[in-house]
Design a protein around this ligand. Structure first.
Ligand SMILES: Cc1ncc(COP(=O)(O)O)c(C=O)c1O
Length: 404
């Protein structure tokens, strides 16, 4: 018997504090049905369905040919940190010097580093609902206590300054949010961010993790960063990366801009975890951040067209409440009016039941809102082609119409 075959594997307690990502679990179920020959359409993807632009791929090929294949500095190669510093100034009017920047293995790694660097056991971390799946588990891994702020479709899933102030206590260490938001597509306006910043200014001991990974997928104009609002810059850790805006999810490059001390803490952590991230991907990221934004703009327009298509196909769908998503590539319809209804002898009691019903009945993969901290909704990604979107929405309509 090998060690792995032994029963009673004694895993660390921290593993039971976290769960497998629901988005990944749903994608697995969809693939299993596909393997049985069912015509599955997945609306569960969290990544653009476009190829990485050629000029970025060429930079990576050149990096290999130039033997840029050795360990890099832990916080990233100087060329990339310089490119990020210029990008922050160019796009966000933010001054982050290179020693305030740490490059990591995706924005996910950047956020995890930040949480581990700042959150002590028992510290409260405010997370507005709905949230990106990983925030909650990251805080749990650091033994922090997630504190939630509820929002709903009527509020476009955005929090008010008053809600924020009510959630802050002397134990609050951090606030984490994303704008544009996954899963709702909501985008905070400059005025709304200024309103939140005015509250944070009163609590300088609260750090703000601003996840701006969907910066370039914004349908309402210029992206706004909370670090550029009021006087909160020293409290903010601005997180970004190349995954979504440059269709580079597999390359794994994310980064932060933060106070020097925080950046150094993240670098120190990273030196013991992963070291500097992939040397080839770092060169590719330099090309992404310094090169043309034309492919990014094309992708943004394609997403906007799909968003409009989905909204027009869903606007007369009975029983659904939908906000107008201003960014990212997700719809987050409130489907709670179907709870308590039945079809095929099965009653739908929650968002998870509804997702399973859509999967088994019409082979459309969605993700339950419960994974994002909202029990009333399901998430549908429109990172797939228009034909799939039309067909998926037709199928969903027909499945929902059978619920009585
Ligand atoms: C809100 C949000 N933040 C961060 C990430 C992680 O991005 P990366 O691929 O750079 O790790 C994702 C990916 O789905 C996301 O949706």
């Amino acid at each position: 018997m090998t060690i792995t075959e032994k029963k009673n594997i004694r895993l660390a307690d921290r593993i039971s504090r976290i769960s497998e990502s629901e988005t990944i679990a749903m994608a697995k179920l969809g693939r299993a049905l596909g393997a049985e020959g069912k015509k599955v359409i997945s609306l569960s993807f969290g990544e653009p369905d476009f190829f990485t632009p050629d000029h970025i791929k060429e930079a990576a090929i050149a990096a290999i040919n130039n033997n840029n294949t050795f360990y890099t500095p832990v916080a990233g190669i100087p060329e990339l940190r310089e490119a990020i510093s210029l990008k922050f100034k160019r796009d966000n009017n933010l001054d982050y010097k290179t020693d305030q920047i740490v490059v990591s293995t995706g924005a996910k790694n950047s956020i995890m580093n930040t949480v581990l660097a700042l959150v002590n056991p028992g510290d409260e971390v405010i997370i507005p609902k709905p949230f990106w799946v990983s925030y909650e588990d990251m805080v749990s891994l650091a033994e922090g206590i997630p504190v939630y702020i509820d929002t709903d479709v009527e509020a476009d899933y955005k929090i008010t300054p008053q809600q924020l102030e009510d959630a802050i206590t002397p134990k609050t260490k951090m606030f984490i949010f994303s704008s544009p938001n996954n899963p709702t597509g909501s985008v905070y306006t400059k005025t709304e961010l200024e309103g939140l910043a005015a509250v944070f200014e009163k609590y300088p001991y609260v750090y703000i993790v601003s996840d701006e990974i969907y910066e370039h997928i914004n349908f309402v104009g210029k992206h706004e960063s909370i670090a550029a609002c009021g006087n909160v810059y020293p409290q903010v850790i601005t997180v970004n990366g190349v995954s979504k805006g440059f269709s580079m999810t597999g390359w794994r490059i994310g980064y932060i801009g933060a106070a020097k001390e925080i950046a150094f803490a993240c670098e120190k952590l990273q030196s013991q975890f992963t070291s500097g991230t992939n040397s080839i991907a770092q060169r590719a990221a330099v090309a992404a951040l310094t090169g043309t934004l034309e492919p990014t703009e094309k992708m943004r327009l394609a997403f906007m067209k799909r968003r409009d298509l989905c909204l027009s196909l869903m606007k007369d769908m009975d029983g659904i409440k939908l906000n107008n998503p201003d960014g990212a590539f997700y719809l987050f319809p409130d489907v709670s009016s179907f709870f308590g209804k039945s079809a095929d002898g099965k009653t739908i009691n929650n968002s998870q039941d509804l997702c399973m019903y859509l999967l088994n009945k019409v082979y459309v993969v969605t993700v339950a809102g419960s994974a994002f901290g909202n029990e009333n909704c399901i998430r549908m990604s429109y990172a797939t082609n228009e034909e799939n979107l039309r067909e998926a929405i037709t199928r969903i309509k027909s499945a929902l119409s059978e619920l009585k």
